[in-house]
Design a protein around this ligand. Structure first.
Ligand code: FER
Length: 265
């Protein structure tokens, strides 16, 4: 434990993850897209907020799973549709689309056998995300299409991906979050460009202090602090477990204020 390793947020309030009958609900749907990168038709799960309407435009959050997961993992671990429906009803989060793709960009994209053998495919996913996933989402849903309305976050392997791809593609993303990020996270010096601090709307790092991977996030936090790059540092008492990622998602989406009204597209 280091001195800075403290929670930025408390435990979520009572009822945060209970489905309410008195509020409008969004929708979770499984869709398919053609991936030129992988050469297959792939699946992703998409949350659309309550009263989704093609007459409006929505910001998007790309939410990435861990090494043993797939496009269903976030929905199983964190019921994002319940968290978001509640937060939107209480005006603590803005209506957004959440895209949960499969981050293992290879023909067999299921977490079979030794899941570590597929680690390389998590790096290939950068191309699938930029060239296949995002265009498919932005042609199918009514979205803003500028960096200030796109966020990327993920857990563990997906946290490493979110940091690598988000900070590596600041023309595409302005909101970046790494939850319990894994050793696929690039070296701090390679993640940061001179433009990083100016261009980012949010750089979020969170981890549990019982997580064997805490040092990955600590190292990046220390580096960013030395470089005076603003970021949010949230350390809880959790391990490398779903309750950590669920509360991280709950607080992270509340930071995504985006800009409301007409965007530049
Ligand atoms: C590693 C330890 C953990 C690693 C990846 C992980 C690629 C990922 C864990 C997860 O996604 O939960 O050494 O190397």
């Amino acid at each position: 434990m280091k001195a800075d390793d403290k929670p930025a947020f408390p435990a979520p309030p009572v009822g945060w993850d209970l489905r309410r009958t008195d509020i409008p609900h969004g929708k979770l749907e499984m869709i398919e897209y053609d991936s030129k990168t992988v050469g297959t038709r792939r699946k992703m799960q998409v949350y659309t907020p309550p009263n989704y309407s093609a007459a409006k435009k929505y910001p998007t959050l790309y939410l990435l799973h861990g090494i043993g997961g797939d496009e269903t993992e976030w929905a199983r671990f964190a019921s994002p549709e319940v968290l978001l429906d509640n937060l939107i009803a209480d005006q603590k989060a803005v209506p957004m689309i959440i895209v949960m793709p499969n981050g293992r960009a290879q023909k067999n994209d299921q977490p079979t056998g030794d899941v570590f053998q597929h680690a390389a495919a998590f790096a290939v996913f950068e191309r699938d995300l930029l060239h296949d996933v995002i265009p498919a989402i932005e042609s199918r849903y009514s979205t803003f299409q500028d960096r200030e309305h796109r966020a990327i976050a993920g857990l563990s392997m997906g946290g490493g991906q979110a940091l690598n791809f988000g900070l590596g593609n600041l023309e595409t993303f302005a909101w970046v979050g790494g939850f319990s990020s894994a050793p696929n996270t690039k070296k701090s010096e390679d993640l940061q460009s001179p433009a990083t601090a100016k261009q980012l709307k949010l750089l979020w790092l969170s981890c549990g202090n019982q997580d064997g991977l805490l040092h990955i996030s600590q190292d990046l936090h220390g580096y960013l602090k030395n470089q005076n790059i603003p970021h949010l540092w949230h350390v809880t008492d959790h391990g490398h477990t779903p309750p950590e990622w669920k509360q991280a998602l709950y607080w992270f989406v509340q930071q995504l204020t985006f800009s409301q009204g007409a965007g530049p597209n």
